[in-house]
Design a protein around this ligand. Structure first.
Ligand code: CP
Ligand code: NVA
Length: 308
Protein backbone atom coordinates (compact mmCIF):
# COMPACT_ATOMS: atom_id res chain seq x y z
CA UNK A 1 0.00 0.00 0.00
CA UNK A 2 1.14 3.56 -0.75
CA UNK A 3 0.09 6.93 0.64
CA UNK A 4 -0.15 9.78 -1.86
CA UNK A 5 0.76 12.74 0.33
CA UNK A 6 2.79 14.88 -2.05
CA UNK A 7 4.53 14.81 -5.41
CA UNK A 8 8.10 15.34 -4.22
CA UNK A 9 8.28 12.27 -1.94
CA UNK A 10 6.79 10.07 -4.68
CA UNK A 11 9.20 8.32 -7.06
CA UNK A 12 9.42 9.74 -10.58
CA UNK A 13 8.71 6.35 -12.18
CA UNK A 14 5.57 5.94 -10.10
CA UNK A 15 4.35 9.42 -11.00
CA UNK A 16 5.03 8.78 -14.68
CA UNK A 17 3.21 5.47 -14.64
CA UNK A 18 0.20 7.07 -12.89
CA UNK A 19 -0.04 9.77 -15.59
CA UNK A 20 0.24 7.19 -18.38
CA UNK A 21 -2.29 4.94 -16.66
CA UNK A 22 -4.69 7.89 -16.30
CA UNK A 23 -4.39 8.59 -20.03
CA UNK A 24 -5.08 4.93 -20.85
CA UNK A 25 -8.13 4.81 -18.55
CA UNK A 26 -9.48 8.02 -20.05
CA UNK A 27 -9.06 6.63 -23.58
CA UNK A 28 -10.67 3.33 -22.57
CA UNK A 29 -13.87 5.08 -21.49
CA UNK A 30 -14.15 6.49 -24.99
CA UNK A 31 -17.54 8.22 -24.74
CA UNK A 32 -19.03 5.74 -22.26
CA UNK A 33 -21.80 7.36 -20.14
CA UNK A 34 -20.32 8.99 -17.05
CA UNK A 35 -22.35 6.93 -14.60
CA UNK A 36 -21.42 3.61 -16.19
CA UNK A 37 -18.60 1.63 -14.62
CA UNK A 38 -15.32 0.95 -16.43
CA UNK A 39 -14.78 -2.45 -18.05
CA UNK A 40 -12.32 -3.18 -15.30
CA UNK A 41 -13.65 -2.67 -11.76
CA UNK A 42 -10.54 -2.76 -9.55
CA UNK A 43 -12.35 -1.14 -6.59
CA UNK A 44 -15.17 -3.69 -6.56
CA UNK A 45 -16.14 -4.25 -2.91
CA UNK A 46 -13.96 -1.38 -1.67
CA UNK A 47 -15.12 1.54 0.45
CA UNK A 48 -13.50 4.98 0.24
CA UNK A 49 -13.89 7.80 2.81
CA UNK A 50 -13.70 11.34 1.44
CA UNK A 51 -13.15 13.82 4.29
CA UNK A 52 -13.57 17.55 3.72
CA UNK A 53 -12.60 20.14 6.30
CA UNK A 54 -12.86 22.84 3.59
CA UNK A 55 -15.32 23.37 0.73
CA UNK A 56 -14.85 21.58 -2.60
CA UNK A 57 -16.61 21.03 -5.91
CA UNK A 58 -14.05 19.36 -8.19
CA UNK A 59 -12.21 17.22 -5.64
CA UNK A 60 -15.41 15.97 -4.07
CA UNK A 61 -17.22 15.10 -7.28
CA UNK A 62 -14.22 13.75 -9.20
CA UNK A 63 -13.18 11.39 -6.39
CA UNK A 64 -16.75 10.24 -5.86
CA UNK A 65 -17.38 9.56 -9.55
CA UNK A 66 -13.92 8.01 -10.00
CA UNK A 67 -14.46 5.47 -7.20
CA UNK A 68 -17.89 4.50 -8.59
CA UNK A 69 -16.55 4.11 -12.14
CA UNK A 70 -14.03 1.64 -10.71
CA UNK A 71 -16.76 -0.32 -8.93
CA UNK A 72 -16.21 0.99 -5.39
CA UNK A 73 -18.35 2.94 -2.96
CA UNK A 74 -17.75 6.23 -1.18
CA UNK A 75 -18.82 8.08 1.89
CA UNK A 76 -18.36 11.83 1.93
CA UNK A 77 -17.69 13.18 5.42
CA UNK A 78 -17.59 16.77 6.53
CA UNK A 79 -14.87 17.41 9.10
CA UNK A 80 -17.21 19.60 11.14
CA UNK A 81 -19.76 16.79 11.51
CA UNK A 82 -17.17 14.21 12.60
CA UNK A 83 -15.79 13.73 16.13
CA UNK A 84 -12.51 14.87 14.52
CA UNK A 85 -13.94 18.38 14.57
CA UNK A 86 -14.92 18.00 18.24
CA UNK A 87 -11.69 16.95 19.88
CA UNK A 88 -11.10 13.31 18.88
CA UNK A 89 -7.47 12.99 17.89
CA UNK A 90 -6.45 12.55 14.30
CA UNK A 91 -4.57 9.39 15.25
CA UNK A 92 -7.67 7.79 16.81
CA UNK A 93 -9.81 8.85 13.85
CA UNK A 94 -7.28 7.29 11.46
CA UNK A 95 -7.21 4.00 13.40
CA UNK A 96 -11.00 3.80 13.56
CA UNK A 97 -11.60 4.66 9.91
CA UNK A 98 -9.02 2.06 8.89
CA UNK A 99 -11.31 -0.63 10.41
CA UNK A 100 -14.17 0.40 8.12
CA UNK A 101 -12.76 1.70 4.85
CA UNK A 102 -10.06 0.74 2.34
CA UNK A 103 -8.83 4.22 1.42
CA UNK A 104 -8.99 7.73 2.96
CA UNK A 105 -8.86 10.98 1.02
CA UNK A 106 -8.65 14.09 3.18
CA UNK A 107 -8.82 17.82 2.45
CA UNK A 108 -7.64 19.70 5.50
CA UNK A 109 -5.88 22.80 6.79
CA UNK A 110 -2.57 21.92 8.43
CA UNK A 111 -0.17 19.54 6.71
CA UNK A 112 0.40 17.96 10.12
CA UNK A 113 -3.18 16.63 10.12
CA UNK A 114 -2.53 14.79 6.86
CA UNK A 115 0.77 13.41 8.16
CA UNK A 116 -0.78 12.19 11.42
CA UNK A 117 -3.62 10.60 9.49
CA UNK A 118 -1.13 8.75 7.27
CA UNK A 119 1.11 7.72 10.18
CA UNK A 120 -1.80 6.15 12.05
CA UNK A 121 -3.98 4.75 9.28
CA UNK A 122 -3.45 1.19 8.14
CA UNK A 123 -5.01 2.01 4.76
CA UNK A 124 -3.68 4.46 2.15
CA UNK A 125 -4.22 8.18 2.65
CA UNK A 126 -4.48 10.71 -0.21
CA UNK A 127 -3.89 14.46 0.11
CA UNK A 128 -6.93 16.27 -1.31
CA UNK A 129 -5.36 19.69 -0.52
CA UNK A 130 -3.76 21.24 2.54
CA UNK A 131 -2.69 24.80 3.23
CA UNK A 132 0.71 23.71 1.90
CA UNK A 133 0.15 21.56 -1.22
CA UNK A 134 -2.39 20.18 -3.71
CA UNK A 135 -0.74 17.22 -5.45
CA UNK A 136 -3.85 15.68 -7.10
CA UNK A 137 -4.44 18.94 -8.96
CA UNK A 138 -0.96 18.98 -10.40
CA UNK A 139 -1.16 15.34 -11.52
CA UNK A 140 -4.21 16.39 -13.56
CA UNK A 141 -2.34 19.46 -14.83
CA UNK A 142 0.68 17.46 -16.02
CA UNK A 143 -1.69 15.02 -17.75
CA UNK A 144 -3.51 17.95 -19.39
CA UNK A 145 -0.33 19.62 -20.63
CA UNK A 146 0.96 16.38 -22.14
CA UNK A 147 -2.38 15.60 -23.82
CA UNK A 148 -2.21 18.93 -25.63
CA UNK A 149 1.51 19.50 -26.16
CA UNK A 150 3.44 16.25 -25.54
CA UNK A 151 6.12 15.69 -22.90
CA UNK A 152 6.46 18.44 -20.30
CA UNK A 153 10.15 17.64 -19.73
CA UNK A 154 12.32 20.63 -20.65
CA UNK A 155 9.36 23.01 -21.07
CA UNK A 156 9.00 26.41 -19.42
CA UNK A 157 6.13 26.84 -16.95
CA UNK A 158 5.41 30.28 -15.48
CA UNK A 159 3.31 30.81 -12.36
CA UNK A 160 1.97 34.35 -11.96
CA UNK A 161 0.42 35.41 -8.65
CA UNK A 162 0.45 34.06 -5.09
CA UNK A 163 3.14 31.54 -4.09
CA UNK A 164 0.51 29.26 -2.55
CA UNK A 165 -0.27 25.56 -2.08
CA UNK A 166 -0.99 24.91 -5.77
CA UNK A 167 2.27 26.60 -6.73
CA UNK A 168 4.10 24.41 -4.18
CA UNK A 169 2.88 21.23 -5.88
CA UNK A 170 3.88 22.65 -9.27
CA UNK A 171 7.32 23.25 -7.78
CA UNK A 172 7.45 19.64 -6.54
CA UNK A 173 6.42 18.46 -10.00
CA UNK A 174 9.14 20.51 -11.69
CA UNK A 175 11.78 18.38 -9.94
CA UNK A 176 10.04 15.08 -10.69
CA UNK A 177 8.92 15.76 -14.30
CA UNK A 178 11.94 17.89 -15.31
CA UNK A 179 10.48 21.20 -16.43
CA UNK A 180 11.71 24.75 -15.73
CA UNK A 181 9.48 26.70 -13.38
CA UNK A 182 9.41 30.47 -13.00
CA UNK A 183 7.52 32.17 -10.20
CA UNK A 184 6.46 35.77 -10.74
CA UNK A 185 4.64 37.64 -7.99
CA UNK A 186 5.15 40.28 -5.30
CA UNK A 187 7.90 39.56 -2.78
CA UNK A 188 5.60 39.34 0.28
CA UNK A 189 3.74 36.48 -1.44
CA UNK A 190 6.84 34.55 -2.49
CA UNK A 191 6.68 30.77 -2.12
CA UNK A 192 7.90 29.21 1.11
CA UNK A 193 11.73 29.07 0.85
CA UNK A 194 11.66 25.59 2.43
CA UNK A 195 9.66 24.32 -0.54
CA UNK A 196 12.04 25.95 -3.01
CA UNK A 197 15.09 24.53 -1.21
CA UNK A 198 13.62 21.02 -1.20
CA UNK A 199 12.81 21.27 -4.91
CA UNK A 200 16.30 22.54 -5.74
CA UNK A 201 17.91 19.82 -3.60
CA UNK A 202 15.95 17.29 -5.67
CA UNK A 203 17.38 18.77 -8.88
CA UNK A 204 14.46 21.08 -9.76
CA UNK A 205 15.02 24.36 -11.57
CA UNK A 206 12.83 27.07 -10.01
CA UNK A 207 13.51 30.75 -10.48
CA UNK A 208 11.87 33.94 -9.20
CA UNK A 209 11.50 36.75 -11.73
CA UNK A 210 9.80 39.84 -10.32
CA UNK A 211 8.67 41.42 -13.60
CA UNK A 212 5.73 39.40 -15.01
CA UNK A 213 6.29 40.51 -18.61
CA UNK A 214 9.90 39.34 -18.47
CA UNK A 215 8.94 36.14 -16.62
CA UNK A 216 6.47 34.85 -19.22
CA UNK A 217 8.80 35.41 -22.18
CA UNK A 218 8.96 32.08 -24.04
CA UNK A 219 6.60 30.25 -21.67
CA UNK A 220 4.96 26.99 -22.81
CA UNK A 221 2.45 27.19 -19.99
CA UNK A 222 1.15 30.09 -17.88
CA UNK A 223 -0.62 29.24 -14.63
CA UNK A 224 -2.37 31.20 -11.93
CA UNK A 225 -4.73 30.64 -9.01
CA UNK A 226 -6.99 32.63 -6.71
CA UNK A 227 -5.40 35.57 -4.92
CA UNK A 228 -7.06 34.60 -1.62
CA UNK A 229 -6.97 30.91 -0.73
CA UNK A 230 -9.40 29.15 1.59
CA UNK A 231 -6.89 29.29 4.47
CA UNK A 232 -6.09 33.01 3.99
CA UNK A 233 -7.96 35.48 6.23
CA UNK A 234 -10.64 37.41 4.35
CA UNK A 235 -9.20 40.53 6.00
CA UNK A 236 -6.14 40.12 3.75
CA UNK A 237 -8.26 40.38 0.60
CA UNK A 238 -7.82 44.07 -0.16
CA UNK A 239 -4.09 44.06 0.55
CA UNK A 240 -3.57 40.99 -1.60
CA UNK A 241 -5.55 42.47 -4.47
CA UNK A 242 -3.36 45.57 -4.37
CA UNK A 243 -0.20 43.46 -4.25
CA UNK A 244 -1.27 41.10 -7.03
CA UNK A 245 -3.06 43.37 -9.52
CA UNK A 246 0.07 43.69 -11.67
CA UNK A 247 0.27 39.88 -11.95
CA UNK A 248 -3.16 39.37 -13.52
CA UNK A 249 -3.05 36.97 -16.48
CA UNK A 250 -4.58 38.97 -19.30
CA UNK A 251 -4.19 38.98 -23.08
CA UNK A 252 -1.21 41.31 -22.90
CA UNK A 253 0.66 38.95 -20.57
CA UNK A 254 -0.32 35.83 -22.57
CA UNK A 255 0.92 37.65 -25.66
CA UNK A 256 4.47 37.51 -24.26
CA UNK A 257 4.38 33.72 -23.91
CA UNK A 258 4.95 31.36 -26.86
CA UNK A 259 2.17 31.63 -29.48
CA UNK A 260 0.99 28.10 -28.65
CA UNK A 261 1.32 28.51 -24.87
CA UNK A 262 -1.39 26.96 -22.71
CA UNK A 263 -3.18 28.70 -19.84
CA UNK A 264 -4.18 26.81 -16.67
CA UNK A 265 -6.12 27.61 -13.50
CA UNK A 266 -7.13 24.90 -11.01
CA UNK A 267 -10.49 26.65 -10.37
CA UNK A 268 -12.53 27.97 -8.67
CA UNK A 269 -11.59 31.32 -10.23
CA UNK A 270 -12.43 34.89 -9.45
CA UNK A 271 -12.90 36.00 -13.01
CA UNK A 272 -11.23 39.27 -13.94
CA UNK A 273 -9.11 39.25 -10.79
CA UNK A 274 -6.27 36.74 -11.20
CA UNK A 275 -7.14 36.11 -14.87
CA UNK A 276 -9.44 37.83 -17.32
CA UNK A 277 -12.43 36.03 -18.78
CA UNK A 278 -10.88 36.75 -22.17
CA UNK A 279 -7.94 34.49 -21.27
CA UNK A 280 -9.98 31.94 -19.31
CA UNK A 281 -12.36 31.43 -22.25
CA UNK A 282 -9.75 32.12 -24.93
CA UNK A 283 -7.80 29.84 -27.28
CA UNK A 284 -4.89 29.19 -24.87
CA UNK A 285 -7.10 28.04 -22.03
CA UNK A 286 -7.43 24.37 -21.00
CA UNK A 287 -9.09 25.00 -17.63
CA UNK A 288 -11.99 22.60 -18.14
CA UNK A 289 -9.71 19.83 -19.41
CA UNK A 290 -7.76 20.24 -16.18
CA UNK A 291 -10.98 19.88 -14.21
CA UNK A 292 -11.98 16.78 -16.17
CA UNK A 293 -8.58 15.21 -15.78
CA UNK A 294 -8.86 15.36 -11.99
CA UNK A 295 -11.18 12.39 -12.44
CA UNK A 296 -8.82 10.31 -14.57
CA UNK A 297 -5.60 11.24 -12.74
CA UNK A 298 -7.09 10.46 -9.31
CA UNK A 299 -8.37 7.09 -10.52
CA UNK A 300 -4.75 6.25 -11.35
CA UNK A 301 -3.58 7.62 -7.99
CA UNK A 302 -6.15 5.49 -6.10
CA UNK A 303 -5.14 2.34 -8.00
CA UNK A 304 -1.48 3.01 -7.25
CA UNK A 305 -2.29 3.53 -3.57
CA UNK A 306 -4.19 0.26 -3.36
CA UNK A 307 -1.91 -1.67 -5.73
CA UNK A 308 -4.87 -2.73 -7.90
N1 CP B 1 -9.33 22.66 -7.92
C1 CP B 1 -9.97 22.18 -6.84
O1 CP B 1 -9.41 21.47 -6.02
O2 CP B 1 -11.29 22.52 -6.77
P1 CP B 1 -12.30 22.26 -5.56
O3 CP B 1 -11.88 23.19 -4.44
O4 CP B 1 -13.63 22.61 -6.12
O5 CP B 1 -12.19 20.83 -5.14
N1 NVA C 1 -5.21 27.88 -3.52
C1 NVA C 1 -6.60 27.51 -3.46
C2 NVA C 1 -6.85 26.29 -4.29
C3 NVA C 1 -8.28 25.84 -4.34
C4 NVA C 1 -8.48 24.58 -5.13
C5 NVA C 1 -7.02 27.30 -2.01
O1 NVA C 1 -6.29 26.66 -1.26
O2 NVA C 1 -8.08 27.82 -1.64
Amino acid sequence: MNHFLDILPTATDDLRSMIDHARAMKDARNGRPKGKADDEMPLDGRMVALIFEKPSTRTRVSFDVGVRQMGGETMVLSGADMQLGHGETIADTARVLSRYVDLIMIRTFEEQTLIEMAENATVPVINGLTNRTHPCQIMADIMTFEEHRGPIRGRKVVWSGDGNNVFASFAHASARFGFDLVFTGPKPLDPDPEILDAVRDAGGRVEIVRDPMQAVEGADLVVTDTWVSMHDPQSAKERRHNQLRGYQVNSELMGRAKPDALFMHCLPAHRDDEATSEVMDGPHSVIFDEAENRLHAQKAVMRWCLGV
